[in-house]
Design a binder for this molecule. Structure first.
Ligand SMILES: [Zn+2]
Length: 127
């Protein structure tokens, strides 16, 4: 299987939207524990009503009935890896308890687990 970075890079397809909007300049590829790969692109429009590429890839994963992420990477149009924002980290954590072990690419050559990014859970009480 191709590396997730290459899949995300191939998914990048920047397009300009009305006024100051754009999309597709960040792409995400994630692999689930089943080995399936899902991709998504960002949507960036004024008033912060767009969404991150991770969220689009997660929606594809959920559409296919999966929740457990093995590895995830997001790539900017210049080829650099973007670590997930705080909202995406929290979203990933709330999909499945096993996602605390998801491998997250945080820059070129560095990978950590989601647990490393969110060490002190606010929701331990409900695990
Ligand atoms: Zn995000």
């Amino acid at each position: 299987m191709r590396d997730l970075y290459d899949i995300a890079t191939d998914t990048i397809n920047p397009i300009k939207l009305k006024k100051n909007g754009k999309a597709g300049h960040v792409a995400c590829a994630l692999e689930t524990v089943s080995g399936a790969v899902y991709t998504g692109i960002c949507i960036d429009v004024p008033c912060s009503i767009g969404m991150c590429a991770e969220q689009a890839a997660i929606a594809e994963m959920l559409k296919n009935g999966e929740t457990k992420i093995k590895k995830i990477v997001a790539v900017y149009e210049d080829g650099s890896i973007l670590p997930p924002c705080g909202r995406c980290r929290e979203l990933i954590s709330q999909l499945d308890i096993e996602n605390e072990n998801a491998i997250v690419a945080i820059d070129n050559g560095r990978e950590v687990t989601l647990k490393d990014l969110l060490p002190e859970r606010w929701d331990k009480k409900w695990d």
